[in-house]
Design a protein. Structure first.
Length: 254
């Protein structure tokens, strides 16, 4: 059984297109939703799922983190409730584990075909979308349940080749897939989002402001700097965008 962990970005999109072109069977495609993806990512996942189904591939199944009562838990809500930032701001990667890997593993743990394979003592193949330019990340080969494969590395497809595959399929490029409040975002991406999605930026700044009382060495979503400071000093912003910063950052001292 072949499972693809779909991230909604360039690499995993190219991986699935190539599986279709190369007649490589795919049995299950899982997209783990943190609840904080950008609107364009959700739109792309829906569009690409339809594209796959039209060609006889499985639809993309969305999974997400739930609590013990079965209630959905989004990363943004958990950060606000805990007066904290996403774990990557503190140098950890538990976001990916809790909101990406765990929901996918839980879904597979309850999937009939996966269970049948494991009951026979076999393993499920999980395709991961690391490309040839980042082959150093493709270091896990297997564990108790899965055989991990990195098809883009096997096919020697780097980022440029992935972009080309999507283009030749007649599809738009998906762009970067990440939470709208991800501390790994670059300065130009933060500034752009303030213009294109001011409502999302306001929510991100509210999260940053909400966590201030519990921060010590970390300054904000930029780790050693605040997104609010970056936006407040950007020459490119009109008054309306500075108003967004002011409204979201009312609890900052000064």
């Amino acid at each position: 059984m072949n499972i693809v962990a779909y991230g909604g970005g360039t690499n995993s999109t190219a991986l699935l297109i190539e599986c279709y072109k190369r007649n490589i069977p795919v049995d299950l495609i899982l997209f783990a939703d943190t609840g904080g993806e950008r609107p364009e990512t959700y739109e792309y996942v829906d569009m690409f799922s339809r594209w796959l189904v039209e060609r006889g591939m499985p639809k993309i199944i969305t999974v997400y983190r739930v609590n013990r009562l079965g209630e959905r838990r989004a990363l943004e809500a958990d950060c606000l409730d805990g007066d904290m930032l996403p774990s990557i701001a503190y140098g950890y990667k538990s976001c990916s584990i809790k909101y990406k890997a765990d929901p996918q593993n839980k879904y597979c743990n309850n999937h009939q075909f996966c269970r049948e394979i494991w009951d026979k003592g076999d393993k499920v193949a999980k395709f991961i979308g690391y490309d040839a330019d980042e082959s150093h990340r493709a270091h896990i080969s297997e564990d108790g349940k899965y055989l991990y494969r990195y098809p883009l590395v096997e096919w020697d497809m780097g980022r440029d080749e992935c972009v080309d595959t999507i283009c030749k399929a007649g599809l738009p490029q998906p762009g970067k897939s990440s939470c709208f409040f991800c501390p790994s975002m670059k300065s130009h991406e933060i500034r752009r989002m303030a213009i294109t999605n001011p409502d999302l930026m306001k929510r991100a700044l509210e999260m940053e402001a909400n966590a201030q009382a519990n921060l010590t060495s970390v300054k904000g979503l930029g780790r050693n700097w605040k997104w609010a400071d970056l936006l407040a000093t950007a020459d490119m912003f009109e008054d309306e965008f500075l108003d967004i910063v002011d409204q979201a950052c009312g609890c900052y001292d000064g």
